[in-house]
Design a binder for this molecule. Structure first.
Ligand SMILES: [Zn+2]
Length: 141
């Protein structure tokens, strides 16, 4: 069964690894929302954090086109590394797929998409989270 590449940031919600939600924390003192794990609030340093799940969509905040990938990068090159602002506030850095470079627009709606990355060991496949342009019409949750 495929596993999340990072269970503190992505929870899979079906056995096939095709659906999932991004995870984070909300500060009970000041309401700040954090993507991923944390021990203290980034704003008020409170340790009173509760887990939360994010919605599937966000907007493109910034991006860069990566032509020289990090060592071990399994995907095509060049690729688009996108900083996406979730509707809940925090920003999530991940690859933007299914989009040409000249179609990118700051502020465009994007949605979460999951991709299976095969390692050398087929039983060790990992599910990674990426962004793609938001699909028009009814969305499969
Ligand atoms: Zn706080």
């Amino acid at each position: 069964m495929p596993e999340s590449v990072d269970t503190r940031r992505l929870k899979l919600t079906n056995d096939e690894g095709t659906k999932g939600v991004l995870l984070g924390l909300r500060c009970l003192e000041c309401g700040t929302v954090i993507f991923g794990p944390g021990t203290f609030c980034q704003r008020c340093t409170s340790a009173k954090l509760e887990p939360m799940e994010f919605s599937q969509t966000g907007t493109l905040y910034s991006y860069t086109v990566v032509r020289i990938p990090p060592a071990g990068w399994p995907g095509p090159v060049p690729y688009i590394l996108a900083q996406v602002e979730l509707s809940e506030g925090p920003q999530v850095l991940a690859e933007l797929v299914d989009c040409q470079e000249d179609a990118l627009q700051i502020g465009m709606p994007v949605e979460l998409t999951l991709r299976l990355v095969q390692g050398e060991d087929p039983s060790a496949a990992k599910v990674v989270y990426k962004w793609r342009p938001a699909q028009p019409g009814p969305r499969m949750a």
